[in-house]
Design a protein around this ligand. Structure first.
Ligand SMILES: NC(=O)c1ccc[n+]([C@@H]2O[C@H](COP(=O)([O-])OP(=O)(O)OC[C@H]3O[C@@H](n4cnc5c(N)ncnc54)[C@H](O)[C@@H]3O)[C@@H](O)[C@H]2O)c1
Length: 273
């Protein structure tokens, strides 16, 4: 009997939202290197086509599709195209998301200054922008009789930080959704359907650069507080996510569902003393 876990991603059809983002791009390129067929979903046709071409020119397999993840109708149109081109999907990764400057409560503001419209937008993107793709693309996973969904959460879900209330609330909802759906899919469709999440800690990217660093690259007070609370004493690099990504997309994690895997250099384990 061969009891070695299978980490192979070769030939897996992986649909990936937010693939042109800082973390998303690193993950999409990696999956293509593992010989997965990567179906890139993005809003900006040029960016998504450029990424497809980059992967293809390196010998990988990629397709580009355009839709806003908060637009269910646009997603339905993409699902029809994918069904005709690929028939089914193995994996859906929901990486579209992020904080929005308008939804941040600045130091001189209080909760009473919360911009309600910006709050709505950040909740829509991070929560509905995950729920709608799952709803729309689940039939393509079901066709395959086996499938995994990987949501991208955040440290902010379980350790809500000052200022970014809307983003933190939306990511907390992603953790809850991940667990809820894990139970729902297994009980309705069987143990071959799994739902997990990756929760990156602090990665220095465009979304948070101005919160964490000054224009000269030195750390803001917030950046310093984060680093001093991170036992590994650094921000994450996009490639730090790849091992957990690989495991959760592969059959090696076939008994893992409803789990939120934290990749944070020890931030969430540290009490600060
Ligand atoms: N960067 C970090 O430090 C960090 C930490 C924890 C969690 N995360 C999460 O990881 C994920 C990826 O982050 P990133 O740093 O790559 O973000 P990013 O801002 O670099 O990229 C976000 C991606 O989402 C896409 N997107 C945004 N709105 C969209 C919409 N309405 N429809 C379709 N696509 C849309 C963007 O085009 C982009 O490709 C996000 O969910 C983010 O919240 C990031």
């Amino acid at each position: 009997m061969n009891s070695s876990p299978s980490f192979s991603l070769k030939g897996k059809k992986i649909l990936f939202s937010g693939a042109t983002g800082v973390l998303g791009k690193e993950m999409a390129l990696y999956l293509a290197q593992q010989e997965a067929s990567v179906l890139l979903l993005g809003r900006n046709p040029k960016k998504i086509n450029d990424l497809r071409d980059l992967i293809s020119s390196a010998g990988g397999k990629a397709w580009a599709y355009c839709a806003d993840v908060t637009d269910e109708e646009a997603l339905q149109k993409v699902a029809q195209i994918i069904a005709s081109q690929h028939e089914s999907l193995d994996t859906l990764i929901n990486a579209a998301g992020g904080n929005m400057p308008g939804a941040v409560i600045r130091p001189e503001q209080t909760f009473l200054d919360l911009d309600s419209q910006a709050l709505r937008e950040v909740l829509d993107l991070n929560y509905l922008g995950t729920v709608f793709p799952i709803k729309v693309f689940l039939p393509l996973l079901l066709k395959n009789k086996k499938g995994t969904i990987l949501n991208i959460s955040s440290m902010a879900a379980t350790r809500p930080m000052t200022r970014v209330m809307g983003y933190a609330s939306a990511k907390a909802a992603i953790d809850n959704l991940t667990k809820w759906l894990a139970v729902e899919l297994t009980s309705k469709y069987g143990p071959s359907f799994r739902v997990n999440a990756l929760a990156p800690g602090f990665f220095l990217t465009e979304q948070n650069r101005t919160l964490l660093t000054e224009t000269d690259g030195s750390l803001t007070q917030r950046g310093q507080q984060i680093i001093s609370h991170t036992p590994m004493n650094r921000f994450g690099q996009p490639e730090d996510l790849l091992g957990a990504l690989h495991w959760l997309c592969s059959d090696a994690s076939s008994f893992v569902t409803g789990t939120i895997v934290t990749v944070d250099g020890g931030f969430s384990a540290y009490a600060g003393v």
